[in-house]
Design a protein around this ligand. Structure first.
Ligand code: FES
Length: 157
């Protein structure tokens, strides 16, 4: 995806790169900070980071796609994070996932066309007694069942 960055954004990225330029292993912290400017990592921003740190663009893309921490697409207004840790998985998180996907017409890591929801997996967040566990924005939902999904999502419409 290609997007044009504003002069201000280019300057912000340049500042972050300058802070980390001579440090080993700076790529991930730099990408993390750059992502916080946009909420995701636009193509152009990844390229600027590559040039700025003197790293091949392909290597930056590789890191961005490898780590689930990084997103290459803008997120929806509400991010649904469904835990796929062992406890949640065993208690039926996959059924919840499928229900959310079918209700919203998206797959994991996708955003609804109206820009409202993005669905993501999370690792165990330590709320295993509430498995299956998910969050929507700041809201927390425990022991979510497939049949609860429609009611929960309807709160955000
Ligand atoms: S496995 Fe989901 S909160 Fe621990």
């Amino acid at each position: 995806m290609s997007s044009k960055l504003s002069t201000d954004q280019v300057q912000q990225i340049a500042k972050i790169i300058d802070e980390y330029r001579d440090q080993q292993g700076s790529l991930i912290p730099v990408l993390h900070k750059v992502q916080s400017i946009f909420g995701y990592l636009p193509d152009e921003a990844q390229k600027q980071v590559a040039y700025g740190l003197g790293i091949p663009v392909a290597e930056v893309y590789g890191v961005v796609t490898f780590y689930t921490l990084f997103n290459t697409e803008p997120s929806g207004q509400y991010i649904i994070e469904l835990c796929m840790g062992t406890a949640c998985y065993v208690k039926g998180a996959v059924d919840v996932q499928h229900e959310i996907e079918s209700q919203l017409g998206i797959a994991i890591n996708e955003t609804t066309k109206d820009g409202k929801f993005t669905l993501r997996f999370s690792r165990c967040v330590g709320a295993c007694s509430l498995a299956p566990f998910m969050t929507i924005g700041e809201d927390v939902y425990g022991r979510v069942k497939q049949e609860d999904v429609q009611r929960i999502l309807s709160k955000y419409h």
